[in-house]
Design a binder for this molecule. Structure first.
Ligand SMILES: NC(=O)c1ccc[n+]([C@@H]2O[C@H](COP(=O)([O-])OP(=O)(O)OC[C@H]3O[C@@H](n4cnc5c(N)ncnc54)[C@H](O)[C@@H]3O)[C@@H](O)[C@H]2O)c1
Ligand SMILES: [Zn+2]
Length: 362
């Protein structure tokens, strides 16, 4: 059982998202984008290489004789211009030209970095996403945002560059550590909350199967989340409007992430941020007390935090104000009008923010 989604860009079909149980269809999917006899460079990290590199290399060897690899140390620390530079060196040494293709095999770090190398090497070459983390499958591999961190600044350097194919082997999720898997659930709960109340209810009903990483549950979940992400990025490819809704929970979440200096995973911070944003939605009279509590319970159901220790409300507020996603003095906050329907509210005051932040501090 497999599934496929087409992503349009500028009104035309741009790439397929394939959901598969293994890598058996990879060679055929790659043939369809005219890659035969081009050189392929698989870029991956040390963890993913250990589990999945051989299978991908073997599959792609059916397409071309030249399949090379770059493996860098796993972790956000590698999402840097230094790693980009190493990739350029290796591509030049191996005489990669404009018709050759990169393959991003890994989580969001690999995908963002490889996409950025593809966007910039020789003014842009093609690349394929083979996401292996839950976050990469439902979020970073779809939509064409690529980039790296610069010094302490996350995603400070980047480009929009669409992949030619997104191939998901859902079985790769079986080797993903629990903490990373549940962190990915943060973005998935977010998808339900901002766009689809039926999906949100389904996640709660299917919690046990999702926790077991049951194949059918994974396929349904990744498919529905990709559908939501795809629809949003198709309507707003360059983040000028609706795409902002995907930042639900991210305004306060990002400042928690910065203040905790990356000791918490991204999805965990998003969940803490969603807890605060949901309280604001309650206090503005949009969602009920029961719905608010239900959101907190759902986050907890998937082993994610709704509060954080060791921070002060003023600090969280100050960092939120500095966040690049804010226009001058106004805080553009994403609220829920109801479960399954989010909107941008530019009128949230400092006092309202502080009240919400206090509820997430231990
Ligand atoms: N481009 C976008 O639109 C977008 C959206 C959201 C997040 N991001 C970026 O994504 C990154 C986070 O992505 P992530 O959470 O996937 O992090 P990650 O790439 O660091 O992966 C998390 C960890 O899981 C390991 N891993 C991945 N797949 C595995 C597998 N199948 N088996 C075993 N281990 C595996 C990795 O080696 C790493 O240690 C951040 O840099 C963030 O900025 C980008
Ligand atoms: Zn996120």
């Amino acid at each position: 059982m497999n599934q496929r989604l087409i992503v349009n860009y500028e009104g035309k079909p741009a790439y397929d998202i394939m959901l598969e149980p293994d890598f058996n269809m990879l060679a055929e999917a790659v043939s369809a984008i005219e890659i035969d006899n081009r050189k392929l460079m698989i870029i991956t990290d040390s963890n993913v290489a250990m589990y999945h590199l051989e299978a991908v290399k073997t599959a792609l060897s059916k397409n071309t004789q030249t399949v090379e690899t770059i493996i860098f140390p796993a972790g956000e620390g590698s999402k840097s211009l230094d790693t980009v530079s190493l990739c350029y060196e290796k591509l030049i040494q191996s005489s990669f030209d404009r018709n050759d293709v990169l393959v991003a095999l890994g989580g969001g770090v690999v995908g963002d970095l490889t996409g950025f190398v593809a966007a910039t090497y020789l003014r842009g070459i093609r690349f394929i996403q083979v996401p292996t983390s839950l976050l990469a499958m439902v979020d970073s591999s779809v939509g064409g945002k690529t980039g790296v961190d610069f010094k302490a600044y996350k995603n400070m350097v980047g480009a929009f560059h669409q992949p030619k194919l997104v191939y998901m082997n859902l079985s790769t999720l079986l080797t993903l550590p629990d903490a990373e898997y549940y962190s990915g659930m943060g973005e998935i709960i977010k998808h339900g909350l901002i766009k689809d109340k039926v999906y949100y209810a389904w996640l709660k009903e299917q919690a046990e199967a999702i926790k077991r990483r049951d194949y059918d549950a994974l396929r349904e979940m990744v498919y529905r989340s990709c559908l939501i992400k795809r629809d949003v990025v198709e309507r707003d490819p360059k983040e000028q409007g609706e795409r902002a809704l995907l930042n639900y929970g991210h305004t306060i979440g990002h400042s928690v992430e910065k203040l905790k200096e990356l000791t918490l995973l991204h999805g965990q911070c998003v969940c803490i941020g969603m807890a605060a944003a949901s309280l604001l939605s309650l206090n503005r009279g949009f969602i009920s007390e029961t719905e608010y509590k239900d959101i907190l319970n759902t986050i907890t159901l998937f082993h994610q935090p709704i509060s954080v220790n060791g921070l002060s409300a003023e600090d969280v507020y100050a960092v939120t104000k500095l966040d690049k996603k804010m226009d001058s003095d106004k805080i553009k906050f994403i609220l829920l009008k109801e479960i399954g329907n989010a909107f941008v509210d530019p009128t949230i005051t400092k006092d309202e923010m502080l009240t919400a932040i206090l509820t997430i501090l231990e």
